[in-house]
Each structure stands twice: as structure tokens, then as C-alpha cells.
Ligand binder design. Structure first.
Ligand SMILES: Nc1ncnc2c1ncn2[C@@H]1O[C@H](COP(=O)(O)OP(=O)(O)OP(=O)(O)O)[C@@H](O)[C@H]1O
Ligand SMILES: [Mg+2]
Length: 402
């Protein structure tokens, strides 16, 4: 596949000023600036201890909400981004560009103006450079056995962002909850042909793929409730760990123009479905929620990946860690983010996904946040994360086959 960009971010006919895409400065935190309430604190080194310990792996588990802190919405709320951008261009930014020494505390210095100006700058950075396409199919497993850390949200929004940039993208929903199928607006009723039929029934992958109504070339292999029984049914099947990989490999070989990216959304467990995803992929992306307990079990996850790499898939590589649901008002979120960066300096993306009401609302409309509210900070952050992933490229693994 030619290593070129098929379509620039801004070249879509239906794009507006908000439909921007991605480039990001590695050093830049993309979370909205908010006052640090200092409400949360954590003991020095406590998070690091979890990362280095042989943590007893919790399976599943619920999302740990930030105590006593309301969720940080997209700040500031800008109902009509075009108007807001116009307003800032005409007044605030213009004023900032020619500051008067005697008016240091003019209106452009308000947090709202700073935030809007920052978002405008980020959009301009995204628009300024199209994204490269990979020269082979990059297959990501999005995994973390902890529940509710943003696996599905990350899968769907990165896929939507890359598709918007001109990449050909496939999402495989490997979670019986079917959340990725819902968010991508594809049918997944119990009688819908799905990934269950592929893994258990040897149905070709191409027979169950559906196009997503999201912008760009984005397709989805849906998951239905039948998948809930697949963990048990797989146990007695031949090559039970390889079933998804074989189906995917066959499908990729038959395609005249293969996918640029495949994202596999995993359930919150380390069972056979997740193992199938690890065996099918060449990269692992781990979303980590910026909360203390979100790190528990990470060492167990990394150990399992190591075992898969050793015995089943030597190409597997934890290439990417994405910090999600970041609330900059808490010291704890900052501490967790810093500790994860200290432990995984190569893998952690510079972009952090902030907590955002728009991000959590989007699936109920069967959309990614990029389709639902392109001007929101959540959309902007996922576009930036996608740009980082595209620009970093795939890690070089000896003997890589795809
Ligand atoms: N950046 C965010 N801001 C606000 N809410 C978010 C954000 N990311 C995810 N959420 C919400 O948090 C919840 C859990 O997210 P998600 O379903 O992506 O996690 P998950 O890891 O896939 O969960 P599971 O383990 O159940 O599959 C969802 O309600 C989602 O809308
Ligand atoms: Mg999920």
C-alpha cells in the first residue's frame, strides 16, 4: 500500500471549522486547563508501587469515580464553535496579538478566552499537516481487564478519527456487551451475523462486516449477545486461541486494498476472547483511566501479554498507552498520569483524553464523539491521539509478517 495520504483532514465537503484533525506536540497535555482544587491527593510512590508489584489481578471491576469531584465537562462550553471561533478571532485573539502594555488584565486573559484560543491553536495545528498512512495493516488490540476504563470509547473514537483522515479502518467488536457496535451505529441484534459466527462457526469475516455510518471508510464486525457463551464454547475447539487471527489473516489476504488499521475492542477480562485478540494483533493499546485503582492489575495484564508474546504471537508489542478520563482539577489525576509516564515513557501518548460529557453522550446517538460534536474538547483530543499514533508509525519488530 502506498505510504501516502488519501485525503487531508480538512478536505471533506461536510467539514466545518470544527471538523478538524490531528497533529500533536508530544509535550502537550491536551486536557482543558482548570483550576486545581487540590481536593485529591495521593501518597508519593504509591502508584509506582502498584506498577512494580506482582499485583493480584482484579478481573472486571467498576469504574472508580473521582470522589466528591463533579465530572469535568468540556471547558469551556462552546455551544456553537464556529461562532465562538469567530468571536475569538475578531476580538480576543486580535487583542492578544497586539497587547497594550497598560492592559495586562484585559478580556483576552480570561480563562474562557485562553481556552478557546488554545483550542483554536490546536485545530490549526491539526489542520496544517495531513496524516501518513501505514505501509501495512496495523492491528491494535485495545485491552485492559479493568472495566470501564475507556477501551470501547478509545477504540471507536480513534477509529473514527483515522477514518476521517483518509485511512481505511475496521473495528472488531469482541465484547459481548456490543458497545463498540452501538457506538458505531451498526446493527447487532441477536440474529445479526457477528464475530461469534466467525470465531465459533467458521463464517468468513467478510460475510459479517458492516459499514458504519461514520464519516470515511469505517467498517465494523459487530458483537451480539451470543458472544457471551463463546468463552466456554471455545475451550473445546481446535486452535482455540488462533481463531480470530486465522479469519482476519484470510480476509486481509483476499482484500485488493487491505485496511490501514484494525482495532479490536476487548471485554474486561483476560479470557479466551481477549487471548484471541492478542494473537490476532501486532500492537496492544492500553487505555488507563487517570485514577489510582485503574493501575491495579496492570502488571498482571503485562505479564499475560508477555506470555502470549512468548508462546503464541512473537510480534505482539505494547506500543501505545493512552491516559483517559483525565480531570485536571485533581492532584490524583496528575500524579497518576506522571507515574504512568515515568514507567512507560516510550508508550504513553502525549495526548491525554479529558473527562468530557460529550464523549459519554455520543454512544447514545450511535456516534463517535467526532461525529456527534466535532468541536468538543473530547473530539479534539481523540483526533490528536490518532495523529500521534499515525505519526509514530508501527514499531519495528523482527520477523513481522504483515
Ligand atoms: N473521556 C471520557 N469522558 C467522560 N466519560 C467517558 C470518557 N471515556 C469514557 N467515558 C464513559 O465511561 C464509561 C466507560 O467507558 P467505556 O465503555 O469506553 O469503557 P470500557 O473500558 O470499554 O468498559 P468495559 O470494560 O465495560 O468494556 C462509558 O459510560 C463512557 O461513555
Ligand atoms: Mg468496552
Amino acid at each position: 500500500m502506498p505510504n501516502e495520504t488519501r485525503r487531508g483532514w480538512f478536505h471533506r465537503k461536510d467539514d466545518d471549522d470544527r471538523s478538524v484533525a490531528a497533529s500533536v506536540d508530544d509535550t502537550q497535555s491536551t486536557a482543558p486547563e482548570e483550576a486545581d482544587s487540590g481536593a485529591d491527593s495521593t501518597q508519593d510512590g504509591a502508584v509506582g508501587a502498584i506498577l512494580s508489584a506482582d499485583a493480584a489481578a482484579p478481573t472486571g471491576g467498576s469504574t472508580l469515580e473521582s470522589p466528591s469531584e463533579p465530572p469535568a465537562d468540556d471547558l469551556p462550553t462552546v455551544p456553537e464553535p464556529e461562532e465562538a471561533t469567530f468571536h475569538v478571532k475578531q476580538s480576543d485573539i486580535a487583542t492578544t496579538a497586539t497587547p497594550s502594555p497598560s492592559s495586562a488584565s484585559n478580556e483576552s486573559e480570561t480563562p474562557l478566552a485562553r481556552e478557546v484560543a488554545d483550542q483554536t491553536r490546536r485545530r490549526q495545528a491539526l489542520a496544517s499537516a495531513p496524516l501518513p498512512l501505514p505501509d501495512h495493516t496495523r492491528i491494535f488490540t485495545i485491552s485492559n481487564q479493568k472495566g470501564g476504563v475507556g477501551k470501547t470509547t478509545t477504540t471507536v473514537n480513534l477509529a473514527a478519527a483515522l477514518a476521517l483522515s483518509g485511512a481505511k479502518v475496521l473495528v472488531i467488536d469482541l465484547d459481548p456487551q456490543g458497545n463498540a457496535s452501538t457506538a458505531l451505529g451498526v446493527e447487532h441484534r441477536s440474529d445479526t451475523p457477528s464475530v461469534y459466527d466467525v470465531i465459533i462457526g467458521d463464517v468468513p469475516l467478510g460475510d459479517v462486516i458492516q459499514a458504519s455510518p461514520e464519516a470515511g471508510d469505517l467498517s465494523c464486525v459487530p458483537a451480539t449477545i451470543h458472544l457471551a457463551g463463546a468463552e466456554i464454547e471455545l475451550v473445546s475447539l481446535v486452535a482455540r486461541e488462533q481463531r480470530l487471527r486465522r479469519a482476519l489473516d484470510l480476509h486481509l489476504k483476499q482484500m485488493a486494498e487491505p485496511y490501514d488499521y484494525v482495532f479490536i475492542d476487548c471485554p474486561p477480562s483476560l479470557g479466551l476472547l481477549t487471548i484471541n485478540a492478542f494473537v490476532a494483533a501486532n500492537e496492544v493499546l492500553i487505555p488507563i483511566q487517570c485514577e489510582y485503582y485503574a493501575l491495579e492489575g496492570l502488571s498482571q495484564l503485562l505479564k499475560n501479554i508477555e506470555l502470549i508474546e512468548k508462546h503464541l504471537n512473537p510480534e505482539l508489542n505494547v506500543s501505545t498507552i493512552l491516559l483517559t478520563m483525565y480531570d485536571s482539577r485533581t492532584n490524583l489525576a496528575n500524579q497518576v498520569a506522571q507515574d504512568v509516564r515515568d514507567h512507560f515513557p516510550q508508550q504513553v501518548l502525549g495526548t491525554i483524553i479529558p473527562r468530557s460529557v460529550r464523549v459519554s453522550e455520543a454512544p447514545s446517538y450511535g456516534q463517535s464523539v467526532i461525529g456527534y460534536d466535532p468541536g468538543s474538547s473530547g473530539s479534539l483530543s481523540y483526533l490528536e491521539a490518532a495523529a500521534e499514533i499515525a505519526r509514530r508509525g508501527a514499531p519495528i519488530i523482527e520477523g513481522a509478517r504483515r
